[in-house]
Design a protein around this ligand. Structure first.
Ligand code: PLP
Length: 425
């Protein structure tokens, strides 16, 4: 029976039968026991399904992965130990030394560094493009060895909304998949697969968890990209893998080829699985995701409108504000709301921004974002401090930008805290 998102948040992934626990059990076990050596051998020969070692698969992790796959409308999902690991695996699963890919330059600073510095050391080159460039300029960045296009649904911290259909069209016309980090809107507010994305990644550390109690990530495959139609570009998926029984992933696993390769090669060799305890905590967060996202958006809309009317405020960027550069794209791709994250700048110096943040009461200064608690951060001094001024501006991060992540407290209290801090500046 087809279920709506709200029902999937609660029931997706885990369906207890007679006498089983109503709540998803935590299988906090490294390994799984068999009675005979033959039983174990059949697992290794892929003749039987079953669990043997948690780095490769674990029942708690699998149930949560199934829930996220269902929420995104994908065929499969792999949980990772962080959002960074998810971004890395999503790209590294189809790129190797000598390959190239394209990413929006507006992405989260940690991902920017991963793509521009660490992947470069592995021989994979990334060209960063400004999503505002015209098609011709972006098309010119594709090369014969380009393997994918990457962007964030809502960029962190700039709040840019990705034009999914435009970038899916460009990626597909060059025979490569379009990968989208859907962390900020979550599948409650945005379903990238419905707009042409092929693979979705998440930092589940953010709204999906929502309570700041675990770090995690996820990679979800739509199953829509035809790897065999581009067999020469993706030999890792379309030719035999000698390290895995000589299987060819697309032939042996069909639509599950991408996820199976990610687990059987990358998890096997590099690790980065979440602990089952963390997957359990993430699942608790997912049970209320639909309720929390609605309140985050409602509160953020009120706060953004209030900020716009304040004399101390120089500018506000929130896609829910009519007249915002991304208002129309947000209405098209995220008609139910975007997220709770607002970017704004205060009039005055960089020191004024710092003084304002130090004056806040329950709104906390943390590196984290997208949490039940309202929090604030100055990316130029915190998350993005590894970027030069030039890179900051290129990434759409103004030096005075304050990132306000509006939580689900009473909105009048949030506004009162902001007002008090501004008055004391
Ligand atoms: N993607 C986005 C949009 C993020 O905001 C972040 C972290 O802030 C990440 C990925 C990385 O996730 P994690 O911190 O879980 O490794």
């Amino acid at each position: 029976m087809k279920k709506n998102l709200e029902t999937l948040c609660i029931h997706g992934g885990w369906k207890p039968t007679k006498g089983e626990p109503q709540q998803l059990p935590i299988y906090q076990s490294t390994t799984f026991k068999y009675d005979t050596s033959e039983q174990m051998a059949r697992l290794f020969d892929l003749k039987d399904d079953g669990y043997f070692y948690t780095r490769l698969a674990n029942p708690t992790n699998d149930a949560v992965a199934r829930k996220i796959a269902a929420l995104e409308g994908g065929v499969g999902c792999v949980l990772t130990s962080s959002g960074q690991a998810a971004s890395f695996y999503a790209v590294f699963n189809i790129c190797e030394a000598g390959d190239h890919f394209i990413s929006m330059n507006t992405i989260y600073g940690g991902t920017y560094n991963l793509f521009g510095v660490t992947l470069k050391k592995l021989g994979i080159e990334c060209t960063f493009v400004d999503p505002d460039w015209d098609d011709e300029r972006i098309e010119a960045c594709f090369r014969p060895n380009t393997k994918c296009v990457f962007g964030e649904s809502i960029s962190n911290p700039g709040g840019n909304i990705l034009d999914f259909e435009r970038f899916a069209r460009m990626a597909h016309s060059h025979g490569v998949p379009f990968i989208v980090d859907n962390t900020f809107p979550t599948p409650i507010n945005c379903r990238p697969f419905e707009w042409g994305a092929d693979i979705v990644t998440h930092s589940t550390t953010k709204y999906m968890d929502g309570h700041a109690c675990q770090v995690g990530g996820a990679v979800v495959d739509s199953g829509n990209f035809d790897w065999d139609a581009q067999a020469d570009k993706f030999p890792g998926l379309t030719t035999p893998d000698e390290s895995y029984h000589g299987l060819t992933y697309t032939k042996a696993f069909g639509k599950m080829a991408y996820c199976t390769k990610l687990v059987s090669q990358l998890m096997r060799d590099l690790g980065s699985i979440p602990s089952p305890q963390n997957a359990f905590l993430l699942n608790l967060g997912l049970e209320t995701l639909h309720l929390r996202m609605a309140r985050h958006c409602e509160n953020a809309q009120r706060v953004a409108e209030w900020l716009q009317g304040r004399p101390e405020v120089a500018w506000v960027n929130y896609a829910g504000l009519p007249g915002n550069k991304y208002y129309e794209l947000a209405r098209k791709y995220m008609p139910g709301g975007t997220c709770g994250v607002i970017a704004f700048g205060l009039k005055g110096s960089r020191q004024d921004a710092i003084r304002f943040m130090d004056n806040l009461d329950f709104i906390s200064i943390v590196t984290h974002v997208a949490d039940a608690r309202t929090c604030v951060l100055h990316p130029a001094s915190h998350t993005h401090r590894q970027l030069s001024d030039e890179q900051l501006i290129e990434a759409g991060v103004a030096p005075d930008l304050i990132r306000l992540s509006v939580g689900i407290e009473n909105v009048d209290d949030i506004i009162a805290d902001l007002e008090h801090a501004m008055q004391k500046m």
